[in-house]
Design a protein around this ligand. Structure first.
Ligand code: CP
Ligand code: NVA
Length: 325
């Protein structure tokens, strides 16, 4: 059996919850990356890392990747996850979010929550004595962005000065990529139709974090301009969960923002294609790009597992022991 060693005091995150990318420092990200790297290399060494720990997973919205990777992640580290379907009633409708938090903390060791309102995840964290992990809100998707930069780091090494173009809707995934990217010194080149830009408060936050780590956010309305010279081209659905009613209108507004072979020619010759998934093939991305050798979308999906295992260990084992392999 792999020896279990005391966690080095330096190996702790500066936060007790993962609610916003903006809460994490560059060294928090480095710690998550380094543990995820070790877990990916030797998953068996972590088979008991969360033995006896229980996780509650609250989902107001559907999920394939996030639900599976958190559940498989817990089980493969000796823990257990319970899925709480909150599609209807939404969190806070049957009883207050405060009461949900105060019940769950009596039974489980951590909460993963996917909600519409970002405030719902904040309120859970404010009222629970156990760690709360944001599994996507209307505003942010931090686990996605952290995993995506882990994937880029695997492929390209150093990320300082890396150029990432995000094409499409200035949505939750875009916000998290800007915020986490800024902390890693990545230049985000975001192209959206007018009126669909990322929210100014997140742009501002990313820009101010970027000043100290050489990262930057540039906004465009022309996808060709944003993609020029980019080392990665990223897109996401044009209508996010909760915006389905506007999908038809959006498909017209966003038509010239499709990532296709022609657009990819404007990027760096070695540029990769990225998507958080689920993808709407033929809309925001052409089949030929999704299935091309440049596409790293399934590597992104795989790494959700390794990175979230690292996040769970760091938050749920805070100060305790885990294997150092
Ligand atoms: N990328 C992502 O979060 O996928 P799911 O919505 O399937 O969880
Ligand atoms: N922007 C998308 C991401 C899905 C993982 C949504 O919120 O539906």
């Amino acid at each position: 059996m792999t020896p279990v060693v005391a966690m080095d005091k330096r190996e702790q995150l500066s936060v007790r919850d993962l609610i916003s990318d903006a809460d994490l420092s560059r060294s928090d990200l480095k710690l998550i990356f380094s543990l995820a790297e070790r877990i990916k290399a030797s998953p068996g060494g972590y088979a008991q890392a969360l033995a006896g720990k229980q996780l509650a997973m609250i989902f107001e919205k559907p999920s394939l990747r996030t639900r599976t990777t958190f559940e498989v992640g817990m089980t493969s580290m000796g823990g257990f996850a319970v899925y709480l379907d909150h599609a209807k009633p939404r969190l806070g409708e049957r009883e207050s979010i405060k009461d949900v938090a105060r019940n769950l903390e009596r039974w489980v060791d951590g909460i993963v929550a996917r909600t519409y309102a970002h405030q719902a995840v904040i309120e859970l964290a404010e009222n629970a004595s156990i760690p709360v992990i944001n599994a996507l809100t209307d505003a942010l998707h931090p686990c996605q962005a952290i995993s995506d930069f882990f994937t880029l780091r695997e492929k390209f090494g150093r990320l300082q000065g890396f150029k990432l173009a995000f094409i499409g809707d200035g949505n939750n995934v875009c916000h998290s990529l800007m915020l986490t990217g800024a902390r890693l010194g990545v230049s985000l080149r975001v192209a959206t139709p007018a009126g669909f830009e990322p929210k100014p408060e997140w742009v501002e936050e990313a820009r101010s974090a970027g000043r100290s780590s050489v990262g930057a956010v540039q906004l465009f309305h022309d996808p060709w301009e944003a993609v020029t010279g980019a080392q990665a081209v990223y897109t996401d659905v044009w209508a996010s969960m909760g915006q389905e009613f506007a999908a038809h209108l959006r498909s017209q507004v966003f038509a010239s923002f499709q990532v296709n072979d022609a657009l990819m020619t404007a990027a760096d010759p070695d540029a990769v294609f990225m998507h958080c998934l689920p993808a709407h093939r033929g809309q925001e991305v052409a089949d030929s790009v999704m299935d091309s050798p440049r596409s790293i979308v399934y590597d992104q999906a795989e790494n959700r597992l390794h990175v979230q295992k690292a996040i769970m260990i760091l938050l749920m084992q805070n100060g305790a022991a885990y294997p150092s392999v």
